[in-house]
Write a protein that binds this ligand. Sequence first.
Ligand code: 1CP
Length: 334
Amino acid sequence: MKPLNKVIINKDTSFNPIWIMRQAGRYLPEFREIRKENPNFINLCLNDDLSSKITLQPLKRFNLDAAIIFSDILMLPYGIGQKVEFEKNFGPKLGELNLDEITKTDEVDFVEKIHRVYKAIKKVSLDTSLNNKNTIGFVGAPWTLLVYMINQQSPKKSLKKEFFKDEFLINRILLIIEKFLKIHIKNQIDNGANIIQIFDSWAGLLEEKDLPNYIYTPTLNLVNYVKSLNVPVICFPREIKNYKEFCDIVKPDAVSIDYNVDPKKILKEIKIPIQGGLDPKILLTDKETLKKEALNYLEIFKDHPYIFNLGHGILPETNPEMVENLIKIVKDFK
Ligand code: 1CP
């Protein structure tokens, strides 16, 4: 059995597998090398030779338990016909959302546009160095994708004032997103992904009254869909105020927590396997601080099925040596 499955399915507490959000990325010089030659980020994701190579880069360096495919949650709007670009020092920039255009897109058009992501997953999953490791496929949650598609840029900069103006339109778009997310998930699994993570990076933007419509219902539909394909599903509803309620309603196989979550409190509240939590900024400190902070999570979750990870993506300025240290701390525990 693969390491993450042991924890998620068998509830094994005898060890803690580790992988790192954004483990294939800008903190690695070997990634920056390839990125420099490939200024168009979408094209890089669609170059299956390079994207499979990038996926494997962190696994060549470190003793990680899972590969996560080098792609992006915004491949979905791209695949259904919205323009998506990544601008240096700005982030994602999306084109006007044209409902007629995206309603015209069918499954064949979508898969044709992004099939190289699936080809990359196939390549990665056939790599024998991954025999005892997981291959993680992923999607953005419907809410987070809706945010980018309507806002046309990161909501970090600001959420458009008129965001919720046309609720009918928003709900139509949500249904389209859900339909293509299922197609995207199925294709990732058919090509070798053996876990799915759903990233809801902007879950924390919503008020409580809006959670059922924008998060609980659409995410529950996806979670049930992944379960019907017999693959474990991890949800990361980042900065949601009530993880317990989320888990009670959506029932993912495991939940990934952000770094604002109190690990002791969540341990008491949540029965399902837990992943993550450590603040990525800790990797910018020193070896001793890292050890102390990582051991804190390991000790708290020592009798609970727990996958080690960060509370959000690794920061680009992280020294790879600190990642090496972290993995050693986790592997030496117990
Ligand atoms: O070199 C570069 O400038 C590209 C940086 C980069 C990378 C390495 C982007 C742009 N995406 C990725 C890859 C990526 N994105 C992965 C690959 C696998 C891995 O983890 O190693 C994954 C899982 C994602 C997921 C993703 N993309 C999320 C969810 C997780 C999170 O960070 O909250 C989100 C929100 C995105 C959108 C996105 N893509 C890229 C950036 C910089 C962003 C975030 C922009 C913002 O802050 O709104």
